[in-house]
Ligand binder design. Structure first.
Ligand code: VG1
Ligand code: CO
Length: 542
């Protein structure tokens, strides 16, 4: 096979979810090729094996898919299953890996980061279970990227990926599949489509979904409009665009503003939702009421047996460390195991594979189950539609009922973006160095009960992940967490997560920013955010 000489780039360390860089960085000579070769080398013997390939359609997706096919052929891969047009949502890619018993898959996305020539691109490798490669594999990819001096690649014109067909590139089979079919079939096994369809038809249920000009447009149109009979205009911004129409494909209250406006109007539908660039995140909104991702996870866990695919009950739950402890309360009440993992979906995979958990989620708009090994935006939307159809209540009623039963975890995340990396690192180092002395200290009346730098030992394979974020617990069931983002492409982002539990029946419907105002101030003082960063306020509050 032709071997092409190259020079190593030293900055190809995957973060929370793959390698994310500016498009201009990916366009450097051999930059993408190097990384793909390192993926294939770290993936074990790929000769003759099947891989899945696709991405969220952002700028560079189409080009990258062609390059990756050439390198796969150069490395003797047996078969590549590609989504038509090079498109696949992240959960659909995970499912295709599993259902085809593929060796793994390569997913092209920078998820919720903006796309376009001046914005972000990303690439990640998922293993045979359909989940993001564990740290042992991503570190191996990184180590190889430091010393790579050649890659294997065949020469060919661009392959036609717009026609559903099977073709050959050298001895490698390329199978172009519909990106939605298999995924839609999977969801049909999990949810009561007939019931939801009938409730949408009689008007007792209604939905609006914002696809944010990103990958979920075709998926949402198939499921909500074609299968469930919702009107066409139930899907907003439903055509995937390479630059997401210049918008930020991050499903939060700021970037999904049109959907939120519909949901806060007098004639709001029953359910409003949105997903991100690659389709693994979800935002859930009821008429006039936003559901935090931490609460959404807890509600889904508490009501799982009402949903067809989970009617036999769930084995256990897991949440990422910074996610609120709402789901822990459900687990306790139901006598289920609950796990706290580091940030990033890869840490859920072993628990899912081992059957220890069935549903899991992150505060960052990620929820999912054992049906795939990624978080899944439309799965969460279908969960809520199914629950609403069965219970016949509003989102508000379901949430208030939940809080009355389990209490409410008031929760907010404050992000300080595009910080000077050195300043952000110094802030974290200072926090780490004083973590042991914090216990017993009092901050504006809040006494610290416990403080540590979160370390995780995987209960299934014993692998260890240290320094995953600073946790500070206070009297009164309050908590502040600090960590640096691992998905940004410019400077550093400090994430500060603030929460407090409340069970008094008359204090369940307050404004989180007000309830948490004193703790938010403590969070700033305790880490001296202003001193280190010069910032008075967070850039994004969710
Ligand atoms: C963020 C979220 C994390 C999520 C990750 C990937 O990571 O906090 O919970 O798993 O994005 O999501 P970080 O390191 O920036 O905090 V996605 O939808 O961007 O693949
Ligand atoms: Co995403």
């Amino acid at each position: 096979m032709p071997k092409i000489s190259t020079t190593a780039y030293l900055d190809q360390r995957p973060g929370t979810s793959g390698l994310r860089k500016k498009v201009a960085e990916f366009k450097q000579p051999h930059y993408l090729e190097n990384f793909v070769q390192c993926i294939l080398d770290a993936a074990g013997d790929v000769a003759g094996k099947t891989l899945v390939l696709g991405g969220d359609g952002r700028y560079l997706n189409a080009h990258a898919v062609q390059v990756i096919l050439r390198i796969c052929a150069g490395n003797g891969v047996g078969r590549v299953i590609v989504g038509r047009g090079g498109l696949l949502s992240t959960p659909a890619a995970s499912h295709l890996i599993r259902v085809n018993q593929a060796h793994g898959g390569i997913i092209l996305s920078a998820s919720h980061n903006p796309g376009g020539p001046d914005a972000d691109f990303g690439i990640k490798y998922n293993t045979a279970n359909g989940g993001p490669a564990p740290e042992s594999v991503t570190e191996d990819i990184y180590a190889r990227s430091q010393r790579i001096d050649a890659y294997h690649c065949v020469e060919t014109d661009d392959i036609d990926l717009d026609t559903l067909a099977t073709s050959h590139l050298d001895r490698m089979v390329i199978e172009v599949v519909d990106p939605v079919d298999a995924y839609a079939d999977l969801l049909k096994t999990l949810f009561d489509f007939d019931l939801i369809r009938s409730k949408l038809a009689d008007g007792s249920l209604s939905v609006v979904f914002d696809a944010m000009n990103a990958i979920t447009g075709p998926y949402a149109t198939r499921l909500l409009v074609d299968e469930l009979g919702a009107p066409k205009d139930a899907v907003l911004r439903g055509t995937p665009l390479p630059d997401f129409g210049g918008a930020h494909p991050d499903p939060n209250l700021v970037h999904a503003a049109d959907m939120v406006a519909r949901m806060t109007a007098a004639d709001a539908p029953v359910l409003g939702a949105a997903s991100d660039g690659d389709g693994d995140r979800n935002l859930i909104h009821g008429a006039g009421l936003y559901v935090t991702p931490s609460d959404s996870l807890a509600v889904i866990a508490a009501n799982a047996t009402l949903i067809k695919g989970y009617s036999a009950g769930i084995a256990g739950v897991a949440r990422s460390m910074p996610t609120s402890r709402a789901v822990d309360r459900v687990a306790k009440a139901l006598g289920l195991p609950a796990f706290e993992t580091p940030t990033g979906w890869k840490f859920f995979s072993n628990l899912l594979d081992d059957g220890r958990i069935t549903v899991c989620g992150e505060e960052s708009f990620g929820t999912g189950s054992n049906h795939v090994r990624e978080k899944d935006g439309l799965w969460a939307v279908m969960c809520w539609l199914n629950l609403l159809a069965v219970r016949g209540d509003s989102v508000r009623d379901i949430l208030i009922d939940h809080w009355q039963t389990y209490g409410r975890d008031y929760y907010t995340r404050h992000d300080f973006e595009a910080l000077d990396s050195d300043a952000a690192n110094r802030l974290m180092q200072e926090l780490e160095s004083k973590v042991d002395t914090l216990v017993g200290s009092t901050w504006s009346g809040h006494r610290v009960l416990h403080a540590d730098n979160f370390a995780y030992t995987d209960p299934v394979d014993g692998s260890e992940s240290a320094r995953q974020g600073i946790r500070v617990s206070f009297e009164g069931d309050a908590r502040i967490v600090y960590r640096l983002s691992g998905t940004g492409t410019a400077g550093a982002t400090l994430r500060v997560y603030i929460e407090r539990a409340e069970s008094h029946p008359e204090r369940l419907l307050l404004d989180p920013q007000q309830v948490l105002a004193d703790l938010i101030a403590v969070a700033g003082d305790l880490a001296d955010i202003r001193g280190f960063t010069g910032r008075e306020r967070a850039d994004v509050i969710t």
